[in-house]
Write a protein that binds this ligand. Sequence first.
Ligand code: ATP
Ligand code: MG
Length: 405
Amino acid sequence: MQYTEIMVRYGELSTKGKNRRSFIDSLGHNVRKALHAFPALKVHANRDRLHIVLNGEDAQGVMERLRLVFGIQNFSPSIQVERDMDAVYQAAVEMVQAQYQPGMTFKVNTRRSDHHFEYDTNEINDMVGGQILDHVEGIKVQMKQPDIVIRVEVRLNGIFLSSETIQGAGGLPVGTAGKGMLMLSGGIDSPVAGYLGMKRGVDMEMVHFFSPPYTSEQALAKAKQLASTLASYSGSVQFIQVPFTEIQEEIKEKVPEGYLMTVQRRLMMRLMDAITRKRHGKAIFNGESLGQVASQTMDSMIAINDVTTLPVLRPVISMDKTEIIKVAEDIDTYDLSIMPFEDCCTIFAPPAPKTHPKLDRSRAYEERIDVEGLMQRALDGIQITEIKPGEDYLNAQADVFAELL
Ligand code: ATP
Ligand code: MG
């Protein structure tokens, strides 16, 4: 089938009243960005639908990228023919033949936006259906739940035929919710949290705390690789790496063991607050799931959230681990996440962290360290990289190791 166009149906954004235009413009922008590797195609983001005119570009390749763009309910590859019934017959028969298996049923479903066309919808249904019956041996018409539906749309600029409907990614166009900051570890949960936030329209930047030499270059590369996987949903992401070694060492020296984890998390959260404000983000996202580990109880959240007034959003808060893993597998982050590189929290984790830390004690223990100086030095050491889909950080790392050997 030589498709000429992909017809895209909007997702939830079609209910957004007067914001509709800006949602559609954002989606158009995101679709163009996702399809920049296909220079000949043209994207028309109209009020009711978005049309991608292929101009000879490969429909399969385009549809693979399109599946990752949030704000799309579904889409159909279609063929444009002249406003001439013989051309319609030929395309319709070909479309059925491409899918037909013995015993299948079909129907034709016509819409006209041009009401001056010489035939009405019933006539077109009958005429096209008749041709299909004549040319496809053994096929039968069925009105209720046929195996194949041929949609014919008569427009002023031509007649469009389509049959397949492919599920889109759903959600809202990335960027329409504003900017957010994801705390991205190398674990399973935070990439899923990032994906879910992006799905609701958040333009997500990724912040990763690392503690060399306690954490390896590979752990950092793994976090970047995860960021690259998530970048498939937005075109690119900013990856912000924050040196955390000095803070962890100082806390380990000065804070009682039971509060090590809580005070470390307070410092992480303080840094998140500072970075988010500086970069005009509106909220902090993390991968906490209630009750999963000691730092993820409501008491811990009270003790840690204490240092910021920004919203801390936790998309996976009420998901079971198995549910989170299912999403991680679907979005291709799971295999990366389970690679065994230690991250900074694992290494400095006390054997028995308090599951119910007290707020006043958390504050008091934190006062034993030089919060301001430590934060300033961490912020001064930040490095920011723009990460795109399909980049390879893990193997680049392997090459470096190979050279060292
Ligand atoms: P994950 O699987 O996302 O690592 P987890 O179950 O291992 O989560 P924790 O290690 O307690 O839980 O981390 C809770 C959340 O804190 C993470 O989901 C992530 O958002 C954030 N976080 C933890 N470590 C880091 C890090 N090194 N850099 C950035 N954020 C982190
Ligand atoms: Mg973790």
